[in-house]
Design a protein around this ligand. Structure first.
Ligand code: ADP
Length: 255
């Protein structure tokens, strides 16, 4: 493994009231910095902008209008990146922000341009932190990827990643929603993403996340087709990132 994309969801980055969990972010930054020191190329796809905005403005309810949500994402994106910058700096790492839309992947010229930019980052050992440009795009404009699970899969293709790690508030894919069914079992490995697997993922996510399990399965479908493995694991303990890279059996592995 050489190139690793790590996607951290809202549920991993924020606390119960929707605000940013700084202690958690610190641990994630430590893991990613360690991986880079070991010679890996590291790319972070991070949600959490809306949560950061809510924290800054002291709002604890989900935004009600699209414009309000977009405004919160703009406010929060700045503060999220400021936090990442400060924390990564403690490990002597430089970061850069890339706010993307679907256009970066559907328009060939923009795709090639983006790929060059990403490779320029990695060449200089700068850690790209990627998010959808939520303040600019909306579903109605039809240029939105829509969720960062799909975004992380697209980014994995763009930079030819060997491994995509999606950290969530759950330790992997269960055969049914574990929040509803006590007897749900964790699936350790998936080699064939068929209808049964998709049915297990259902449609619901957590309170502040946007994707749910199904977008993670779609991401798995996308990356495994191009030879990139994907692991869905719990972000509760960010050390899981290193454990996964070192091939410990954690979470659900899609090959
Ligand atoms: P994130 O913000 O990390 O992207 P989401 O809340 O969007 O996380 O998605 C994870 C959630 O999906 C889980 O917490 C769980 O409530 C839900 N879920 C639904 N079906 C399943 C399943 N079969 N296995 C695991 N989680 C599931």
């Amino acid at each position: 493994i050489q190139r690793i994309v790590v996607k951290v969801g809202t549920s991993t980055l924020t606390t119960e009231n929707g605000h940013l969990n700084i202690e958690k972010i610190k641990k994630i930054v430590l893991e990613l910095s360690n991986l880079q020191d070991k010679g890996y190329d590291v790319i972070l796809v991070s949600s959490g902008a809306v949560g950061a905005g809510m924290g800054l403005l002291n709002i604890s309810e989900k935004p009600k209008t699209l414009a309000e949500k977009q405004m919160l994402s703009a406010v929060g994106q700045v503060s999220l990146m400021q936090i990442y910058q400060t924390l990564f700096k403690e490990h002597n790492k430089i970061i850069g922000q890339l706010l993307l839309t679907k256009e970066e992947f559907s328009n060939r010229k923009r795709y090639l341009n983006m790929r060059n930019v990403c490779n320029a980052f990695l060449k200089r050992k700068i850690i790209p932190i990627i998010n959808e440009n939520d303040a600019i795009v909306s579903n109605a404009l039809k240029i939105k990827v829509g969720d960062n699970d799909t975004m992380s899969a697209l980014v994995s293709g763009l930079i030819d990643a060997d491994l995509l790690i999606i950290l969530s508030d759950i330790d992997g894919l269960y055969n049914k929603n574990p929040r509803k069914y006590e007897d749900a079992n964790l699936i350790h490995m998936v080699g064939d993403i068929n209808e049964d697997i998709k049915r297990m993922a259902g449609a619901e996510g957590s309170k502040f996340g946007t994707g749910g399990m199904i977008t993670k399965i779609i991401a798995a479908e996308m990356v495994t087709k191009i030879g990139t493995s994907l692991v869905i694991a719990s972000g509760d303990d960010p050390k899981n990132i290193t454990r996964i890279v070192e091939k410990e059996n954690i979470g659900t592995l899609f090959v």
